[in-house]
Design a protein around this ligand. Structure first.
Ligand SMILES: NC(=O)c1ccc[n+]([C@@H]2O[C@H](COP(=O)([O-])OP(=O)(O)OC[C@H]3O[C@@H](n4cnc5c(N)ncnc54)[C@H](OP(=O)(O)O)[C@@H]3O)[C@@H](O)[C@H]2O)c1
Length: 352
């Protein structure tokens, strides 16, 4: 394990001397590295970030705390109803805006090309910032345009929009030109959907934010995304820790599997590092070259950027049960992740 701080964005560069040089993303202590990865735009994205789904009322305080403790990547979304609180948290932290990477997400009712820039303006207003480092399409499916985020017909079925994600992507490309958004990316896309975008548009997504954890490693897809120059941000990096998955029923039985962090294999690994199993799971993502965005500001999540030996990386690898927890396909009227692993057994569960 290194005792230095990675400060210049290079995963292989470890400083052995102290103090580390000034850099955008470094303020954590000597016990941890502060890895960042380079996007296909040339910009840097921190490997460790903070998820903001749920608990809007606490976000101002927790975002501020996360930033003050050294996290530099914040992951809000329009549909989480947290952008205002996140904006306040950023201000409250006192950390300069240019030292923070904010990536927010467009929601599916705002996908009509004529609505995209206005939706971005609303996000920027609430986040109280003139720009975001990243704007992602939250899902590939388009809902009926209008104020209703979950537009349903009389039977409760989601009403689909008339445009496609390719139309939305082109409008997002235009927003980059305004300077309001520095990079664009996607979330919850299948390989085929990304291929369609690459074929029909000019911009390779900078990021794919998708479900990845030891139970859903998506090895082939991750390899392919890397070849395309698309950086992966792992959501739900701890797998089925979030009770939300047990409650929605989207993945029914699967959500009730033993929690990833209770796996005996991990308990064997942690002894060597003096870390918790949750820390090892997050370190596995970072050591795989991806970013992780756990939703929790517990102190231990700040100390997860440490080197895992190859044999321990291989040990985590065996946990790949191909178990997907985030699958609202039946509710959204769109077969998500259609060419990817872990889509068997999806059931209908409504969250809104
Ligand atoms: N793009 C998308 O469609 C999408 C979908 C899902 C999530 N996301 C993003 O990913 C973020 C994280 O997702 P998530 O909440 O599903 O997954 P998660 O961070 O893997 O799991 C969160 C759960 O793990 C617990 N936890 C966190 N750190 C822990 C630790 N060190 N030890 C023990 N328990 C710990 C939390 O408990 P406490 O809360 O009690 O601390 C919470 O119950 C979200 O906030 C959101 O930003 C994006």
């Amino acid at each position: 394990m290194s005792s230095g701080v990675i400060s210049n964005g290079s995963r292989s560069s470890v400083r052995k001397s102290f103090p580390p040089p000034r850099s955008n993303f470094v303020t954590r202590g000597l016990a941890t590295r502060a890895t960042s990865n380079t996007l296909n735009t040339g910009a840097k994205i921190p490997a460790l970030g903070f998820g903001t789904f749920q608990d809007p009322d606490s976000q101002e305080e927790t975002v501020s705390l996360a930033l003050r403790k050294g996290m530099r990547l914040i992951d809000p979304a329009r549909v989480y109803n947290v952008e205002e609180q996140v904006g306040k948290g950023i201000k409250k932290s006192g950390i300069p805006r240019e030292d923070i990477f904010v990536g927010t997400k467009l929601w599916c009712n705002d996908y009509h090309p004529e609505d995209v820039e206005c939706a971005v303006d609303n996000s920027l207003r609430d986040l109280d910032t003139p720009y975001v480092e990243l704007l992602m399409m939250h899902y590939p499916c388009t809902f009926k345009r209008g104020a209703d985020r979950f537009p349903r017909d009389a039977e409760g079925r989601m009403i689909r929009g008339e445009t496609t994600f390719v139309d939305t992507w082109k409008a997002m490309e235009d927003v980059i030109k305004t300077g309001k958004v520095k990079a664009i990316g996607v979330s919850n896309f299948s390989k085929g959907e990304i291929e369609t975008m690459l074929e029909k548009t000019g911009t390779v997504p900078a990021v794919h934010q998708m479900e990845v954890h030891p139970y859903l490693q998506q090895k082939e897809f991750n390899k392919w995304l890397k070849e395309q120059g698309i950086h992966v941000v792992q959501f739900s990096p701890l797998g089925n820790m979030n009770d939300f998955y047990r409650q929605t029923g989207w993945s029914k039985g699967t959500a009730h599997m033993k929690r990833v962090i209770d796996q005996p294999i991990l308990k064997e690994i942690v002894v060597k590092y003096g870390k918790s199993t949750a820390q090892v799971v997050l370190a596995w993502g970072i050591n795989s070259g991806r970013s992780v965005i756990p939703k929790s500001v517990v102190e231990q999540n700040l100390e997860v950027d440490f080197e895992l030996q190859p044999k321990d990386m291989a040990q985590v690898s065996v946990l790949d049960a191909k178990a997907r927890f985030n699958d609202p396909s039946l509710d959204y009227e769109w077969r998500l992740n259609s060419d990817l692993e872990g889509i068997d057994g999806t059931v209908k569960g409504r969250t809104h």
